[in-house]
Design a protein around this ligand. Structure first.
Ligand code: NAP
Length: 310
């Protein structure tokens, strides 16, 4: 039987995903009709980007699941018209991209690279950084991405602390969890990495009170989501020296408005939400696998828990 798959994302994404999705459907033995436009009552699966024009799921009366192209689901999880299962994107290509991006920015701060890259007065000032084993990195959010980042950082030798909502055990990582574990994780964050989802419970995780738990002169790296940080509190912490530097990939408003103080702050590096884009070839295989599961009665992978919001 042929399944009808609607590709509901911005039109400019079609050219990137069309061929990989068709190849993956074939690899997974699916007979699928993939299109950008289908009669809603004939759609079986919706491949979805939350910034798509499709916001009302009501007419999709026979659809079995929405398969999100993004890891973050904050823009769709509360949609009251969405009553069928929602799977988020867990893509090996995206995970690899995130580990590379975070490892690069952690190494920048760990090695103090900036003092040599920006040295207009040509100062000859040897400065020996500690070994990675002597540097404590904390990761808030130890899911798919946080745990993969932890694996890479521990392989490099860093002492890694992690924080999750529920109790978790990970080899070579000192784990903390729940509201009571946050201060302990932060107090070990000479370099802090934010990989939490954007939910009501994670908004402003980094605020004036929690920033005070960081070791003085900590560096902050945020490839998670903008609302995890109280922007004003971070700027105050940067100005006071409590935080030495920040690299921010995600923001409350994107693109980051031209007049936002992050753009001109000398201690802030802005990157334009590039840490880990979904990679079409690997992501298409994840989507095809989930459709195959739906068609064979197996449980969908990567389902979003609508009550916790991620
Ligand atoms: P995930 O697998 O769902 O992991 C989320 C982690 O956050 C889990 O460890 C979870 O704890 C923890 N968490 C959630 N709420 C919490 C709370 N209230 N207190 C403490 N910990 C909490 O998500 P993921 O795939 O790793 O992705 C994480 C986020 O990265 C995404 O939501 C997205 O916003 C962001 N992202 C950004 C980019 C980019 O390019 N910048 C790309 C991809 C993803 P439990 O383990 O206990 O559930």
């Amino acid at each position: 039987m042929t399944v009808n798959v609607l590709f509901a994302a911005h039109a400019d994404r079609w050219a990137t995903y069309d061929a990989p999705l068709r190849a993956a459907f074939s690899e997974f033995g699916l007979s699928a009709h993939l299109a950008q436009d289908l009669p809603p009552d004939q759609v079986d699966y919706i491949v979805y980007a939350p910034n798509s024009p499709l916001q009302d799921f009501t007419p999709f009366t026979r659809a079995k699941a929405v398969l999100n192209l993004w890891a973050g689901v904050e823009a769709v999880v509360d949609n009251p018209t969405l009553t069928i299962p929602l799977a988020r994107m867990v893509d090996p290509g995206m995970t690899k991209s995130m580990t590379e991006w975070v490892a690069g920015h952690v190494m920048r701060y760990h090695l103090g690279m900036d003092r040599h890259i920006q040295n207009p007065e040509h100062r000859w000032e040897p400065h020996t950084p500690p070994l990675a084993a002597e540097r404590r990195v904390a990761i808030l959010g130890m899911g798919e991405l946080g745990s993969a980042v932890a694996e890479v950082l521990t392989a490099l030798g860093f002492t890694v602390h992690g924080w999750s909502r529920r109790e978790r055990h990970l080899a070579r990582v000192v784990m903390h969890h729940g509201a009571t574990g946050l201060a302990a994780a932060l107090s070990n964050a000479e370099i802090l990495v934010l990989l939490l989802p954007d939910t009501p419970a994670t908004e402003n995780t980094l605020n004036a009170e929690t920033l005070a738990h960081l070791p003085r002169g900590a560096c902050v790296i945020n490839p998670g989501r903008g609302p995890l940080i109280d922007d004003t509190a971070l700027i105050e912490a940067l100005d006071s020296g409590q935080v030495a530097a920040a690299t921010l990939d995600v923001f409350r408003t994107e693109p980051l408005p031209a007049d936002h103080p992050f753009w001109s702050h000398p201690k802030v590096t802005v990157t334009p939400h590039i840490a880990a884009e979904t990679r079409p070839v690997t992501a298409a295989r994840v989507i095809a696998d989930n459709i195959r599961r739906g068609e064979t009665g197996a449980p969908f992978l990567h389902l979003v828990d609508r009550t916790s919001g991620y």
